[in-house]
Design a protein around this ligand. Structure first.
Ligand code: B12
Ligand code: SF4
Ligand code: SF4
Length: 344
């Protein structure tokens, strides 16, 4: 049987920063998940609300022979320039990186077991599994937080038919009376609820949802609060005291570009592909990306944005056109920046 140090050494060899084991028993949080979904808080994420919702609480729906779940965390806190993309989005696509590392670890386990590697897209409750495996607690911002590593990490799992010694103790909740994330959220997306720690995320209000997952433009009254964010949002983690000393890694060093709004607005579909295909930003697709760029320009109107916005206003996509029209109206509503004065 593997000892704890065997685990840590194997994980480190495979590029995994934190590791924990839990059983394949159903998760108590599944009832909360179904309730969250039933109240409409998943917004338009149909992959959370469809027939897979009922299966998410039990990993044996994915691997019937599963006895244990190995939960891995890989840090992504690389030095990034700040600006329009959230921290995780600058680097290479984490799905590929984590899957490869977890496959390597699975090969180190005793031979002959059934296993399945999960990274993000498999219908399992990754944060709840990680909490039960002892990797950290669920913060009021709903992120999994590790006392030493903060929350800048991805999660992935190996479901296995091996019966492994499960983590005996869950990490205590160390949010205490802190409410920084709730106060800092520009759209008040962390809302009070009756529940374990009294707060939950309403995806309908979340910038991360609207810039990554939403396939329709954010409603007026909300998009004005997105600032210059084009993909993802880190605000509720940036302010978290547990991220102050979060370790740095170069594994997800920035590869995404360009990052200048005017340049991004002018990208063709081919150029978009070349620039972001291997980063998480690809998920927004070209049309979602341009829609987000138009919103970011509308939130900081500058005369120089005029030509780029006119270009987006002629897009074949109705959502991009609508957001460019909205941004242009904000540009024009400011007398000093009126388009009429743009012509040299
Ligand atoms: C859908 C999704 C989103 C949605 C919804 C997020 C949310 N908070 O629900 C959106 C698009 C908004 C999103 C944003 C982000 N995401 Co996301 N997302 C997911 C995904 C695919 C499913 C999450 C889910 O089921 N949400 C529904 C809620 C109800 O479940 P939950 O957050 O997992 O919480 C569970 C428990 O923590 C607990 N719980 C949580 N809150 C509460 C409250 C009460 C009262 C109770 C009783 C229990 C409870 O019960 C829940 C159900 O099991 C997971 C991958 C996966 N398969 O799990 C990644 C994942 C959660 N995301 C991740 C990341 C990195 C992000 C972003 C940082 C990306 C970014 N920079 O923009 C942000 C963070 C925003 C935030 N504050 O959560 C990481 C999280 C790593 C971590 N340290 O926590 C994951 C695990 C992906 C991965 N494989 O690494 N995400
Ligand atoms: S990701 Fe941004 S918008 Fe969403 S809850 Fe956190 S701070 Fe609010
Ligand atoms: S900012 Fe404060 S309340 Fe929010 S997750 Fe971090 S410690 Fe918890």
């Amino acid at each position: 049987m593997w000892t704890e140090s065997d685990w840590r050494e194997a994980a480190a060899r495979c590029g995994i920063d934190l590791i924990g084991v839990t059983t394949a028993e159903p998760l108590a949080e599944h009832a909360y998940y179904l309730d969250w979904v039933s109240r409409g808080l998943a917004a338009g994420m149909t992959y959370l609300t469809d027939h897979r919702a009922n299966k998410r609480g039990d990993v044996r729906e994915i691997l019937p022979s599963a006895k244990s779940v190995i939960v891995a965390a890989v840090l992504y806190n690389a030095p990034v320039p700040g600006g329009p993309f959230s921290r995780y989005a600058w680097g290479p696509d984490y799905h590929d990186v984590l899957r490869e590392r977890l496959e390597r670890l699975a090969k180190e386990l005793p031979a002959g077991h059934d296993y399945r590697v999960c990274v993000d897209t498999v219908p399992v409750l990754e944060r709840a599994l990680a909490r039960r495996a002892g990797l950290g607690w669920i913060g009021k911002n709903t992120c999994l937080i590790h006392q030493g590593a903060g929350s800048w990490f991805f999660l992935g799992e190996i479901l296995t038919s091996l019966e492994l010694p499960a983590n005996p103790r869950e990490a205590p909740d160390r949010c205490g009376s802190c409410t920084r994330c709730i106060e800092a959220c520009p759209t008040s997306a962390i809302v009070p609820t009756k529940g374990a720690h009294g707060w939950e995320l309403d995806a309908r209000l979340c910038i991360s949802y609207h810039t990554i997952e939403a396939r329709t433009p954010a409603p007026p009254g909300l998009r004005e609060h997105f600032g210059s964010l084009v993909f993802g949002c880190d605000i509720c983690q940036d302010v978290c005291p547990w991220n102050r000393r979060a370790p740095i890694t170069m594994d997800f060093a920035p590869v995404a570009g360009p990052t200048d709004l005017e340049e991004m607005a002018m990208l063709t579909a081919e150029e978009f592909r070349a620039a972001y295909r291997h980063t998480p930003i690809w998920r927004a697709k070209h049309r979602g990306f341009l829609r987000n760029v138009a919103i970011a320009m509308g939130n900081a109107p500058r005369a120089s944005y005029g030509p780029a916005l006119e270009h987006l206003a002629a897009s074949p996509d109705p959502d991009v056109r609508e957001m460019a029209g909205w941004a242009l109206s904000r540009l024009n509503s400011d007398d000093r920046l009126s388009l009429g004065r743009l012509t040299p």
